[in-house]
Design a protein around this ligand. Sequence first.
Ligand SMILES: Nc1nc2c(ncn2[C@@H]2O[C@H](COP(=O)(O)OP(=O)(O)OP(=O)(O)O)[C@@H](O)[C@H]2O)c(=O)[nH]1
Ligand SMILES: [Mg+2]
Length: 264
Amino acid sequence: MSTNLSAGSSSAEEEYSAAKDNKAKIAALKKMISEVPKHKGTEKLIAHLRRRVSLLKEDGGKKGVRKHGIKKEGDARVVLFGTPNSGKSFLLNKITGKEVASGPEPFETQKPEIGMIDYDGVKIQLIELPSVHKGYADKRKGYLSLAWTSELIIVLGDRKLCEEELEGIDIKKIFLKDFKNIKKIIWKNLGLIKVFTKARGKGIGGAMALKKGAKIRDAGNKIHKDFIKDFKFARLWRDGSIPGKIIGLNYKLKEKDIIEFRTD
Ligand SMILES: Nc1nc2c(ncn2[C@@H]2O[C@H](COP(=O)(O)OP(=O)(O)OP(=O)(O)O)[C@@H](O)[C@H]2O)c(=O)[nH]1
Ligand SMILES: [Mg+2]
């Protein structure tokens, strides 16, 4: 994050960057607030830092747990955020097969609506938040906690209002203009790669999402905690250029790789 603090607060900023959980982030932010000189010129900054603290408190720091009754499912959570009638429900229905009411009335969606995107076998949770209005950031913290626990926020409609009400939420945002290739765009912005596994002598099995830069070891660990213990080697197929090459645990994977684990 960039808070443009004056010299003297840099250690608090470093603490914030190094913070592993929300508790540590909150402590670093409070330190920043205490260190910022208090005058007219820093009022906005202090308000901004305070808002961050309050958002982090809302989040509770518990990743993957129920939030607003919505459990994190799939390989990532993406949130649809926007002004009334910007097409959030339309988009949710289009790419997840949901059937949420999507008509000309504004504020039609009254509670978070959840769908699941299937992208070549990888699952991505998509949540439409009720439409934004002035004061949303203060009144709808529960909804915003869903944005806060997401990996990506898709913003539709009036950009200025959305940016104002999302202020302080350090999650990647994309501002959508049209709905073309939307699944692909979401996937690209998540910074994940998708690999496929196969069993010996069989065709391609399941798809798996991994962080960019992941290695064979990470794929194995994702299949099962103990999987790597019995690892002998793996074979890799890559877009025709690598046909069944024998590789080890530290081999770096790429989008659409096919891997076969050998444990016998
Ligand atoms: N943006 C968009 N809207 C479309 C499209 N085709 C139809 N619509 C209509 O545009 C309106 C968008 O409404 P919703 O999808 O309900 O909008 P919303 O963002 O969910 O807004 P809320 O009612 O506040 O929940 C509806 O009348 C849709 O039927 C399209 O290709 N893009
Ligand atoms: Mg809607």
